[in-house]
Ligand binder design. Structure first.
Ligand SMILES: *[C@@H]1O[C@H](CO)[C@@H](O)[C@H](O)[C@H]1NC(C)=O
Length: 437
């Protein structure tokens, strides 16, 4: 996913490996070079997590273009390293109708998750100039930036960004889901005032929504893309190209503060990503490229991501990754350093973790494949039907207790809580097995 060509190779190799253990007579080698087996409504990963290590980036030199990687960072335990902070990535053609993140309400975490922070978000952008500089890194189509301050302090905004004019209208999203439209926004999601709001009748075993997006409003989500240095946030350098930046409401322009996406359809090849609304502070995100808007991802051995999306077909065009929509997770350190480019500038190659949730592997395909790329690596060649003309609702349940991750098509509403019986139902849904080695 990250490096598409490489990913295809990896996928092909993994197919060969997995076929040797789980030969399925119904699998066919498609003309796109991939094996596809049966249509499925759930892929159930098991044995997820192992003890290993990867190399963290410790410095990115914007003048020599060199990246330094430190001694190895170790991880272990259930779901590792996918229990670390992840960011959620989207590639068009795609229209996101809902996104949410839930955590268990039980135990000592109940109090903390009992409060929800209304985030200030902005709708209705009008970006006059879309200015994207050329990227001087040979194998890169789009690069993300990186920089880190020697004290580990995050620096947001960029004084050097070129001028972009836009109008902003802020919307405060309240707990009750009502919205108030106000004047020009000057704060970002993370600086909005917090409020303690009782969630109400949350029972032990229920899951509480910590982040949510639906077009025009969002709570505890920060939308980013790769327009750093050109639109009011992030940076650009000839070494590493554009860093990540706040995304404007159209998803493809940059912005100087956080926006909720509008009801937009990304075109082929276009991408955005979602972090949480919590800004990195001190050293708590590790190293990241200096002067980027740096936010935490979504961590934990128990977490649920929910999605509702459409992936319409987009056949006339010649974009890189034409008509190959995808949704995937990356270790959040990757986009905060360098998502596309010199492999020394992110922890990706050394295995800090990627999980493809729904990926079209060849232009125009209607088969969504799911796959894990880390030191364990594996997936299923069974596929979800691509939602070309209607939306698909899905839940991805990270279930640390038994080392499983369930990617499940669902029908339920994504309310402020998920009952334990709803989640149990999802966990019990039969599906295609993807046992990691
Ligand atoms: C926002 O999201 C982050 C990451 O999931 C989470 O740790 C934090 O508790 C959330 N904040 C609120 C107020 O729910």
């Amino acid at each position: 996913m990250k490096f598409s060509r490489k990913t295809s190779l990896l996928s092909a190799l993994t197919v060969l490996t997995s076929l040797s253990t789980t030969v399925n007579a119904d699998c066919t080698l498609s003309s796109d070079g991939n094996y596809y087996c049966a249509q499925t409504e759930a892929v159930i990963y098991s044995n997820v997590g192992f003890s290993g290590s990867y190399l963290d980036v410790t410095n990115m030199d914007e003048s020599s273009c060199a990246c330094t990687q430190g001694s190895s960072t170790t991880f272990s335990g259930s779901l590792a390293p996918l229990d670390e902070e992840v960011s959620i990535h989207f590639r068009g053609p795609l229209n996101l109708k809902q996104f949410g993140v839930y955590y268990p309400s039980s135990g000592s975490s109940l109090k903390k998750r009992d409060t929800e922070e209304p985030c200030e978000e902005v709708v209705s952008t009008k970006v006059q100039h879309k200015h994207r500089r050329d990227v001087a890194v040979e194998y890169v189509e789009v690069t993300s930036t990186v920089w880190v301050d020697s004290n580990g302090n995050p620096v947001t905004g960029s004084a050097t960004a070129s001028a972009t004019s836009y109008t902003q209208v802020s919307t405060i999203v309240s707990k009750a889901g009502t919205t108030t439209t106000g004047g020009a926004a000057t704060t970002t999601a993370s600086t909005a005032s917090s409020a303690s709001t009782s969630v109400g009748s949350v029972s032990s075993g229920d899951w509480v929504r910590g982040s949510y997006f639906t077009p025009g409003s969002t709570t505890n989500c920060t939308f980013m893309n790769h327009m750093g240095g050109s639109a009011g946030s992030g940076v650009w350098s000839s070494c590493f190209g554009n860093s990540i930046s706040y995304a404007a409401a159209d998803g493809v322009s940059g912005a100087s503060s956080a926006y909720a996406l509008d009801d937009i359809t990304l075109k082929s090849g276009e991408e955005y990503m979602i972090f949480s609304g919590e800004e990195c502070s001190g050293d708590d995100c590790g190293y990241y490229r200096e002067n980027i808007p740096a936010y935490h991802g979504f961590s934990g051995k128990d977490k649920i991501f929910v999605f509702e999306f459409q992936m319409p077909s987009d056949t006339d065009g010649s974009a890189y990754n034409q008509d190959m929509p995808a949704i995937w997770l990356l270790n959040a350190k990757i986009p905060r350093t360098l998502q596309y480019g010199n492999a020394d500038c992110s922890c990706w190659e050394s295995g800090c973790g990627e999980m493809d949730l729904f990926e079209i592997l060849s232009a125009g395909s209607d088969k969504l494949i799911s796959h894990v790329h880390d030191g364990q690596g594996g997936g299923s060649q069974d596929y979800f039907q691509r939602p070309v003309s209607s939306t698909l609702k899905a839940a991805v349940i990270f279930h640390g207790e038994d080392q499983t991750i369930h990617v499940v098509e669902v029908d339920d509403d994504f309310g402020s809580t998920l009952s334990s019986s709803t989640v149990t139902g999802w966990l019990n849904q039969a599906g295609s097995a993807a046992a990691l080695p």
